[in-house]
Design a protein around this ligand. Structure first.
Ligand SMILES: Cc1cc2nc3c(=O)[nH]c(=O)nc-3n(C[C@H](O)[C@H](O)[C@H](O)COP(=O)(O)O)c2cc1C
Length: 366
């Protein structure tokens, strides 16, 4: 019998994946220790349970203290944090798994409570009119500080430092979180970036921050181990608004990524119904597959059938599953054996401790 497309192996720029199934990056807010580090008993066990994924991508992990915007998310900037992640990658590798870390800067999707009362940073001083999940619960976002050139330079360095730390911690690679309304996305869209210097004012200039970061990172780690994530048709969520230049901006970025030999490009299909949004495109994989020459990972709303189809149709190489991975640590084995999926519990997505985190069954694993 022919193997399902999702279960065929794949060479990810030198890293051998036993299947096409990735675990999408998901914030779980379990780093409750003062160092904001991942630990063996929580994150280590969690990722180890999911070792059979072709590729695990960790939760968003802040590249600096000022990059944070959600409670109890782990970092990848301090020595203690690198030591914590080292234990996690060791556990995953001992179980025969592969793991990338997602590098995160939330930009304006934060709150002064995280920054000793100081404003969070963004491309421009424009409030996303959204909410930040602070230690005291959800709070309204504020008008951020427009980043100075100094701030931009420092942040580029923070990403390079995080890339180097990720290598020291034993990760197989990194995913830059240039998606979902966070800092990079705030630079891309004209509605959140009204700068008039070299980082704003045209498509090329709004994309420059991302390419500066990639260029800095590939000085300290192999570019073959750098992936990145984009969500071109994000509209009305996380403070993002599309306009007529949004899709042309993403087209430019994706085409320019062909000049690099990256691990992958991770794209999301629209998170909500964008059929009435004038500037949005509804079929992201179909639109971008012809534009991108490297490995394309697709996400959002896939089940087993749709995942097999998108690969068979040649519209993507890998499929990332988010919520199904929360409640099905053995998702690969369930797809293999046709075992019904368990339902996830939204109430325990972001609560501390093991509940709703380490207690989902591995029914299909023998
Ligand atoms: C609890 C939760 C946390 C998430 N955290 C992140 C994150 O840290 N980084 C990111 O890029 N996406 C994050 N996402 C989005 C997922 O990666 C994914 O895009 C989304 O869940 C849609 O895929 P799905 O339909 O397979 O769940 C999160 C989603 C959920 C449900």
């Amino acid at each position: 019998m022919k193997k399902q497309a999702l279960l065929q192996d794949y060479n990810l720029n030198g890293l051998k994946l036993p299947n096409r199934i990735a675990m999408a990056p998901m914030t779980r807010s379990r780093a409750t220790n003062p160092e904001k580090k991942a630990t063996a008993d929580l994150q280590g066990e969690y990722y180890k349970q999911r070792f059979s994924a072709g590729l695990l991508i960790t939760e968003g992990s802040q590249v600096s203290e000022e990059a944070v915007g959600y409670v109890n998310t782990p970092g990848i900037y301090s020595k203690e944090q690198v030591e914590g992640w080292k234990e996690v990658t060791q556990m995953v590798h001992e179980a025969n798994g592969r793991i990338f870390i997602q590098l995160w800067h939330v930009g304006r999707m934060s709150h002064p409570d995280f920054h000793n009362g100081k404003k969070p940073l963004s491309a421009s001083a424009i409030n996303p009119n959204s909410q930040s999940y602070t230690p005291d619960g959800f709070k309204d976002t504020v008008t951020p500080k427009e980043m100075s050139l100094e701030d931009i330079k420092r942040t580029i360095k923070d990403f390079a430092n995080a890339g180097k730390n990720a290598m020291d911690a034993g990760f197989d690679g990194v995913e830059i979180h240039s998606s979902n309304g966070y800092l990079f996305h705030q630079f891309f869209n004209a509605t959140s970036n009204t700068r008039e210097d070299e980082y704003g004012g045209s498509i090329e200039k709004r994309a420059k921050f991302l390419f500066d970061v990639i260029d800095a990172m590939k000085e300290v780690m192999p570019e073959q181990k750098i992936g990145l994530r984009l969500n071109p048709s994000l509209h009305g969520i996380f403070g993002m608004e599309m306009d007529e230049e949004t899709i042309p901006t993403f087209d430019y970025i994706v085409s320019k990524l062909n000049n690099y030999d990256l691990a992958y490009l991770h794209l999301s299909e629209p998170f909500n119904d964008v059929s009435e949004v004038p500037y949005a495109i509804e079929e992201i994989a179909k639109h971008y597959r012809p534009l991108y020459k490297g490995t394309l990972m697709i996400n959002a709303g896939f089940d087993q059938e749709k995942g097999n189809k998108v690969i068979e149709d040649g519209d993507a190489d890998l499929v990332a599953y988010g919520k199904p991975y929360i409640s099905n640590p053995d998702l690969v084995e369930r797809f293999e054996k046709g075992v019904e999926l368990s339902k996830w519990d939204e109430d325990t997505f972001y609560v501390p401790g093991k509940e709703g985190y380490l207690d989902y069954e591995t029914k299909a694993r023998t």
